[in-house]
Design a protein around this ligand. Structure first.
Ligand SMILES: [Fe+2]
Ligand SMILES: [Fe+2]
Length: 203
């Protein structure tokens, strides 16, 4: 269960596979950022030792995902390089309250929602690739990543669950999931894993 407050709009996956090169490059950046965020939390919360090992494991997996996506880029004759980040994560994280201990709880829940949305979007890409008879190795890549991203969602939720009573966790998760749904619903139309589909101009 991914706790998403709203599903991605119909047709996003079919559109995403028409700009797969850009989606893949953005995806590589997302995996790199996911690893970096987990390592950053280990640095920031050295006084919360329960975070260290789960986040180290998660960061290692995200770096493996990063390597796998970069290898796929190279198979397509492309190379990893700079890309302007989509505004999704920054807009999502705007809900994080500035003071501890709320800051840690909100950050973990935002990370959980990023994992959930990434998992949903990767599934949509995999399904659309299969439907369009696309690159079978790419389908295998996305299918292989789904289980990890769903687990990461649960990992972050589990770490948050250790901080507050269950009812407090539930209500804050619901608020952050609703905020995430608003952020993704207002994402600009661009070829990003967390972007919106470019609408066809033809009637
Ligand atoms: Fe990942
Ligand atoms: Fe992940």
């Amino acid at each position: 269960m991914l706790h998403l407050a709203a599903r991605t709009e119909e047709g996003w996956g079919a559109w995403a596979v028409t700009c797969m090169d850009e989606i893949l490059l953005d995806h590589a950046h997302c995996e790199k950022k996911a690893a970096s965020t987990a390592v950053g939390l280990i640095f920031r919360y050295q006084d919360v030792p329960a975070l260290a090992i789960p986040l180290a494991r998660l960061a290692r997996e995200e770096l493996e995902h990063f390597e796998a996506v970069v290898e796929h880029l190279r198979r397509r004759g492309l190379e990893f390089g700079r890309l302007r980040p989509s505004a999704y994560a920054a807009r999502l994280m705007a809900i994080v309250r500035p003071r501890e201990p709320e800051r840690l709880l909100d950050t973990l829940l935002c990370c959980a929602m990023i994992e959930a949305r990434s998992c949903e979007r990767m599934q949509l890409v995999a399904e659309a690739l299969e439907l369009s008879g696309g690159d079978s190795e790419l389908v295998a890549l996305y299918r292989g990543l789904l289980a990890s991203e769903a687990r990461h969602h649960n990992d972050y939720l589990g770490l948050a669950r250790d901080l507050v009573p269950e009812d407090s966790l539930r209500s804050r998760l619901q608020a952050i999931a609703q905020h995430e749904a608003d952020v993704i619903a207002h994402a600009p139309a661009e070829a990003r894993l967390h972007g919106a589909a470019q609408k066809s101009t033809t009637a």
